[in-house]
Design a binder for this molecule. Structure first.
Ligand code: SAM
Length: 555
């Protein structure tokens, strides 16, 4: 890449203008000099660097300004496998070789007998998948009356795959051993330690003991390090660092570089995992411009939860207290995503807003911004958790529009219109406000729909300005808004071309919404839900264009 700046060629130190196109940080006077210098430069050819401090441990920082959408890095897994906690007797088995769900005929690995999609599935031989663990699995005798689910313990596979790294890839093993594990936070008395201990005992009894017997009989050591401690460490490392995917299969994937990215409740990167025969490589892109020196962040929690819920989840699962800008601000960056309405008292009714006084302090008081009445945190937590259950129950019923509207009206007595529970109800509701159905709808109805869509669009953009996590949510809203505005056009205008011409602004707005939606779905289109939604958006756009041309509107 060339720009106006000049620098010295990394090899010959002559002045030149061409930069390394990958890291864009160093200059080369010629392709030859770049090639010659590659072995030395390779290690540093990155647009980020790893730093470390007391609070965060290791983290990534931009070495130069990064543009929105720019790829920051592509990471290959250290290893991956079925989730280590899941044993669901009702769910179908997946192939031990390629992880494909086995819905039809179940075949078996010819060596160990574990479920497989086909005898010649490539994953059965692959050392990253089943190739190595097979030699241990086949040593486990099947007990009389043991059910398939008790015998084929898919939850243990990922631990065996991790243990094999000590043998097959020292660099990956060292990387695994060096990741944060928070083992000190998982003392013998806590719940997670007990759950893991049960699994470790199972692995030791059923796989390690037979393995060690085999090793003794054959005078060879297959796996030198197999202690309970090392297994606890692997479980803990997975809990803190692994990326979980559930579609199309449930997998835990551990990445060496992605594991170092720090958490932020407003992430500045988005990640895409390539699930198509590419060994689950992950690509991290800048979701917004990132300035040189800024931290590169991702999110470990659900950004559609309120601050209390996110912080509790992070504390329990990742062992740290988030103090990001969103968590530190009682209004959550002006979104009021956790705000409640103050009811005041019989004598003094109040229409103020209840907010946490110090959101990053556990158990802080909540205070009304008008009457200043204070409420204990516990009371708020219990109340919101009760409402949360009610919302889940209501949405599970897949209610009709009127029922959901009634439910929302009850909720809005207590909750700020932007509260996260209102968000999930309204997001469902706007999709039920059907503008193209058989029932004739009123103008007021259309106005309501557009108002809610607009508020929700603005709110979603504030919560996730880079579309790093909420692209699908935003795309649904943009689509609903475009269809509502389209309906308005068909309504408020007659069918003469002059009348339509006079409403060019609205036509332009509909086009802008379609265009924005295609941008928002740019990366989501790779996945089933995103590609389906994009098809809907594109077909709506065609309908709109056809309608315009039927009415002789020149765009
Ligand atoms: C996936 S690891 C990230 C890499 C880790 N910092 C390391 O040194 O290996 C997650 C851990 O990093 C730390 N961490 C990440 N984001 C943080 C944040 N925003 N505030 C405090 N600690 C954070 C926590 O210890 C967390 O459990």
């Amino acid at each position: 890449m060339s720009d106006d700046a000049e620098g010295l060629c990394e090899l010959c130190k002559n002045s030149c203008k061409t930069k390394c196109s990958k890291c864009k940080l160093v200059y080369y006077c010629s392709v030859e000099h770049q090639k010659e210098h590659w072995i030395e430069h390779k290690e540093h050819c990155k647009s980020y660097e790893i730093r470390e401090n007391q609070t965060l441990g290791k983290f990534l920082v931009a070495k130069r300004d990064l543009e929105r959408d720019e790829i920051i890095f592509v990471d290959s897994p250290l290893f991956f496998g079925p989730g280590p906690y899941k044993i669901e007797e009702e769910s179908p088995f997946s192939c031990v070789g390629c992880s494909k769900i086995l819905l039809d005929e179940i075949r078996s690995c010819p060596e160990c007998g574990w479920p497989a999609c086909n005898f010649d599935c490539e994953g059965l031989k692959s050392p990253q998948m089943h190739g190595l663990e097979c030699q241990i699995l086949k040593l486990k005798p099947r007990k009389p009356n043991e059910s398939d689910y008790d015998h084929f313990r898919f939850d243990t596979l990922i631990i065996l795959r991790a243990l094999f790294l000590q043998k097959t890839n020292k660099k990956k093993w060292d990387a695994l051993m060096n990741l944060e594990d928070h083992l000190n936070d998982r003392g013998p008395n806590n719940q997670i330690f007990k759950i893991v201990q049960e699994k470790v005992s199972f692995i030791q009894e059923n796989f390690i003991k037979p393995l060690q017997l085999f090793e003794k009989e054959n005078g060879q050591v297959i796996l030198p390090i197999v202690s309970a401690d090392i297994m606890h460490k692997i479980y803990a490392t997975l809990d803190v660092n692994a990326t979980e995917i559930s579609d199309p299969v449930d997998l835990f994937i551990l990445y060496p570089t992605a594991s170092l990215i720090e958490h932020n409740c407003v992430p500045n990167t988005c990640q895409i995992i390539d699930e198509n025969n590419n060994g689950y490589k992950v690509t991290f892109r800048a979701a917004m411009p990132i300035k040189k020196g800024e931290h590169i962040t991702s999110t470990y929690t659900n950004i559609l939860w309120g601050t209390q819920e996110r912080r509790r989840h992070l504390k329990e699962s990742k062992y740290f207290s988030c103090i990001c800008k969103r968590c530190s601000d009682p209004t959550e960056l002006g979104t009021y995503f956790s705000a409640l309405l103050c009811l005041g008292s019989d004598e003094k009714p109040c229409k103020g807003i209840q907010l946490p006084t110090h959101p990053t302090e556990d158990n802080c008081l909540w205070m009304c911004n008008q009457c200043h009445i204070k409420l204990p945190n516990k009371e708020i937590i219990d109340f919101v958790s009760h409402l949360n259950n009610e919302v889940n129950k209501e949405l599970e019923k897949k209610p009709q529009m009127e029922a959901l509207e009634e439910f929302m009206n009850k909720l809005q007595i207590f909750l700020h219109p932007n509260h996260f529970l209102m968000y999930s109800v309204k997001h469902s509701l706007v999709q039920l406000y059907d503008v193209n159905g058989d029932i004739e709808i009123s103008n007021a109805f259309l106005e309501d729909k557009m108002k809610i869509c607009n508020e929700m669009i603005q709110l979603t953009k504030k919560l996730d300005p880079g579309n790093a996590r909420l692209a699908l949510y935003l795309a649904v809203l943009l689509n609903e808004q475009s269809m509502a505005k389209f309906k308005v056009l068909t309504r408020c205008l007659g069918s003469t071309s002059e009348e339509l011409e006079s409403n060019k602004e609205l036509i332009q707005e509909v086009f802008s919404l379609f265009e924005e939606n295609r941008r928002v779905l740019k990366y989501e289109r790779e996945f089933e839900a995103g590609s389906k939604l994009l098809q809907v958006v594109e077909s709506n756009e065609i309908k709109f264009k056809n309608w315009l041309s039927e009415h002789n509107v020149i765009i």
